[in-house]
Ligand binder design. Structure first.
Ligand SMILES: [Zn+2]
Length: 399
């Protein structure tokens, strides 16, 4: 974002300079043309025998001098503008890094099955976005056969989201009614919120629809009383203000269009939870994570190149630095060995010592090195507390 702002600043400079030059040039050129036109008219109207007087020659000379001067001034203004334009180019080069090759590992994707996985993930993303024709075409071209369960739920979800955008609650209400039990089981407020919105929409129509609103409330709110008593009381309070307009009542906040955005988000969250999928597609998550990580990776790559240690990173499955992607992007528990300061892997898993402290297996082996032949008798001290144990007492931990 800062990069865009920095470049935008340079572009603004060019635009304002260009605008000034343009205005100025137009003004002086039209003045000159007008003057020359006047002179021309004057000479044309005089006799054909007329010889220019000294004064007229002087005026002509002055005008020619002025034209030359103006043109060279305009040319230099124009040259000046070039400098400002090239500054934009430099700002782009400085602020945007076009070569991300340093942070990629192309060989990861060079096997057919990996390419297949990428196509699949892109396809799934398009299905989730409701872009079925694009996804179908990609599936056809890349020989994928998506299962119906990969497409259908998202078709319905997208249809409902589209309807909510145009303030049509019916598809969402129908969906919530069908999934009533599952929604209750996950303690969801979605169904109540949808009915609440529907009730408010009826109230908006004014006092002529007051009875309809009461009927709607009687019919639908009863089953939510045990969980939403307070909210239902509030909604009933709104009824008092219908004759004078809810807009000017203490309940006006319930007419906020923000509620529609909230309900769309809530619906998407709850529906994804029911389907057992994440709100974002795996592709979206990867792209977002990549965008967050790239600046840090480019920095560290530069430092590594300066210190001539760039080869260290190659061929490793882990990143050279820890990158925080925020809580919403944490999917797995991780263990980093406090001694080796490395993340555990299947080859170097975490081991729990009898005192409860956990270190990686490599670290444990290092602590015992030199005593390989008498492992069962060798008693080692925990690096973090005074408890002693034999290395074989350490237990492998699975996250
Ligand atoms: Zn310990």
């Amino acid at each position: 974002m800062e990069a865009c702002t920095a470049v935008e600043k340079e572009i603004d400079k060019v635009c304002s300079k260009f605008g000034n030059i343009n205005d100025h040039a137009k003004r002086v050129l039209s003045d000159l043309v007008k003057q020359m036109q006047n002179l021309k008219d004057e000479y044309e109207n005089s006799d054909s025998e007329h010889v220019l007087t000294d004064i007229q020659i002087d005026i002509l000379k002055q005008n020619m001098f002025k034209i030359k001067e103006t043109i060279s001034k305009l040319a230099s203004d124009h040259r000046d503008l070039h400098g400002t334009v090239s500054k934009v180019g430099k700002a782009i080069d400085r602020n945007f890094i076009s070569d991300f090759a340093a942070t990629t590992r192309e060989e990861i994707f060079n096997m057919p099955e990996k390419v297949n996985l990428i196509n699949k993930v892109i396809c799934e993303h398009f299905y989730r976005q409701g872009l079925h024709d694009v996804a179908d075409e990609l599936a056809r071209e890349s020989d994928l056969t998506p299962e119906p369960h990969e497409k259908e739920p998202f078709t319905e979800i997208n249809h409902i989201l589209e309807s909510l955008k145009v303030k049509d609650l019916e598809p969402a209400l129908a969906w919530a009614t069908v999934h009533h039990d599952s929604l209750e089981a996950q303690n969801s407020s979605l169904e109540f919120m949808l009915h609440r919105l529907k009730f408010i929409e009826v109230l908006r129509k004014g006092s002529t629809h007051q009875t309809d609103a009461i009927c709607y409330a009687r019919l639908h709110f009863r089953k939510f009383v045990h969980r939403h008593e307070k909210e239902i009381q509030t909604l009933m309070g709104m009824l008092l203000y219908v004759p004078n307009g809810i807009n000017s009542s203490p309940y006006s906040c319930l007419l906020d269009s923000e509620l529609w955005i909230e309900i769309s988000e809530l619906f998407l969250r709850e529906a994804c939870q029911l389907l057992g999928v994440c709100v974002n597609s795996p592709l979206t998550t990867c792209v977002n994570a990549g965008c967050t990580a790239i600046p840090a990776l480019l920095n560290i790559k530069q430092v590594m190149m300066q210190r001539q240690v760039s080869g260290i990173w190659n061929g490793k499955d882990e990143l050279p630095i820890e990158i925080d992607l925020g809580n919403e992007n944490k999917y797995h528990s991780m263990f980093a060995c406090p001694i080796l300061r490395q993340q555990s892997t299947i080859f170097n898993p975490p081991m729990r010592l009898i005192c409860g402290h956990v270190i990686s297996r490599d670290a444990l082996n290092k602590l015992c090195s030199g005593n390989k032949f008498q492992l069962t008798f060798f008693r080692m001290k925990c690096p973090y507390c005074p408890v002693e144990q034999t290395p074989s007492e350490a237990r492998l931990i699975y996250f």
